[in-house]
Design a protein around this ligand. Structure first.
Ligand code: EPU
Length: 418
């Protein structure tokens, strides 16, 4: 099993380029199932979750041609409209094919995601929204089976709580439903907006993506299109934190500064210098010890839950300010225990983590438990005294493209070992 061996203590300096967003590329690939014509997607990140999605599309019957960052999908015949357990168990986002499949073929069978390392993440909201669109859904033998032999019918969908992939699933299904669908309490994430942009290029009629109310006027058929995926804001945020934690000077290129607003505000409050260097570039500099700042994770445009672990790593070394930083409400705190093994002072109180900055972290052998937790351990390793070995980096490979190569190019001493 691969590990990262990191020698800490080197400030990162130079330029680091951002890849396409995994969480945008996943629904975009699922959307290719909505048409029998080819859809060409650019800036697809080469990460393991994408490989899993491509495997799933092929299994369903689509033809997939991938050439580096460019992937063309032609979903002419969908012989097996199902997402089997062996794929869903490694990637919950497989449930993104539920909406497109039932809309296009009138049937779908998708394995229920089990509990995973970041807590149980059900798909009940996807299911009830598709029921509202007229699909019949049953659960048996660990699978959700959906049927809509006469097609889906546009309606009002009210989400009880905000769900990103749930919104995406319904958006795709509604694009081919008869009549108008109005989605209330929709997720506003940039990834939802990017999906709407792709669907619109395919002929869908969508208004309001990026707001809590999305209107979709169903069309009989969608067609092929070409689309470039947006930059990965979580990867960009991780590298901004890497620049600050190592007290370096890093230019993060090919990102969308607007998508990183909540993080940038917090980093500035903490004393890091973050400036817009160009339309799609952010520069981060930090020379002094940062100050402690509280964060609360929220849906976009709030502070992303996917950056909480990395920000926690940053705060382990902050100086105590007027308050202790706490992070809430989040159940993804597994990294806190590993950070503590590196010398961090973190107290978990229910859904809050209270971090008291320490003067230094020390390298240790640590275990990655999920994608973003692994990133936080790498960040801590970059600044810890001595050697850190992060085990189970297959988690990080799910969503970060060649992270060790990108970090090494800006001065990190990090290598992948068996
Ligand atoms: N929820 C339900 N029922 C549902 C769906 C969600 O109860 O049917 C709950 C979840 O358990 C969670 C909350 O609603 O507590 C919000 O979850 P959401 O559905 O928004 O998450 P998601 O769509 O499954 C996406 C990202 C995650 C990211 C979250 C939150 C993708 C493929 N995944 O997940 O990304 O953490 O939104 O922003 O877009 C990652 O990239 O590391 C990652 C986990």
């Amino acid at each position: 099993m691969d590990k990262f061996r990191i020698q800490g203590g080197r400030p990162l300096e130079g330029e680091i380029a951002i890849s396409g967003a995994k969480n945008s590329a996943l629904p975009a690939l699922a959307a290719c199932l909505l048409t029998d014509e080819p859809v060409k997607l650019r800036r697809i990140p080469q990460v393991r979750d994408i490989a899993t999605m491509l495997k799933l599309l092929k299994r369903i019957g689509a033809q997939v041609d991938s050439n580096g960052e460019c992937v063309t999908v032609r979903a002419q015949k969908l012989d097996r409209p199902e997402a089997p357990y062996e794929l869903v168990k490694t990637m919950r986002a497989s449930s993104l094919v539920l909406g497109p499949l039932v809309a296009r073929t009138g049937r779908a069978k998708v394995s229920m995601p089990g509990g995973c390392a970041i807590g149980s993440r059900p798909i009940n909201l996807h299911v009830s929204a598709l029921e509202q669109l007229g699909a019949r859904l049953r659960q048996s033998h660990g699978y959700v089976k959906a049927e809509a032999p006469d097609g889906l019918q546009g309606t009002t969908v009210q989400f009880d709580r905000i769900t990103v992939t749930g919104t995406e699933d319904v958006l795709m299904a509604a694009a081919l439903a008869k009549g108008e669908t109005v989605i209330h309490n929709a997720a506003r994430e940039p990834e939802v907006q990017d999906l709407a942009a792709l669907l619109s290029k395919m002929g869908a009629r969508i208004e309001g993506a990026g707001t809590p109310v999305i209107r979709v006027e169903g069309v009989g058929k969608l067609h092929g299109a070409e689309h470039t995926i947006i930059a990965d804001r979580i990867e960009a945020g991780t590298f901004l934190i890497a620049g600050a934690i190592t007290r370096g000077n890093l230019l993060v290129t090919g990102c969308v500064p607007e998508h990183l607003g909540a993080l940038v505000v917090k980093m500035r409050q903490a004393g890091a210098e973050v400036s817009e260097a160009g339309a799609d570039e952010l520069r981060v500099r930090a020379s002094d010890r940062l100050r402690s700042t509280d964060i609360t994770t929220e849906e976009y445009p709030g502070f992303a839950t996917d950056l909480q672990a990395q920000y926690m790593a940053l705060m382990t070394l902050a100086s105590r300010h007027d308050r202790l930083p706490s992070f809430q409400p989040d159940v993804r705190f597994m990294h806190a225990l590993e950070l503590a093994r590196m010398g961090a002072d973190i107290r978990l109180e229910g859904r809050q983590a209270i971090v008291t900055g320490v003067a230094e972290l020390t390298g240790a052998e640590v275990l990655a438990s999920d994608l973003r937790a692994s990133a936080s351990l790498v960040l801590a390793g970059l600044v810890a005294r001595g050697e850190t070995v992060v085990d189970r980096v297959y988690h990080i490979d799910r969503g970060y493209e060649k992270i060790e190569e990108k970090l090494a190019r800006v001065g990190a001493q990090i290598e992948r070992v068996d």
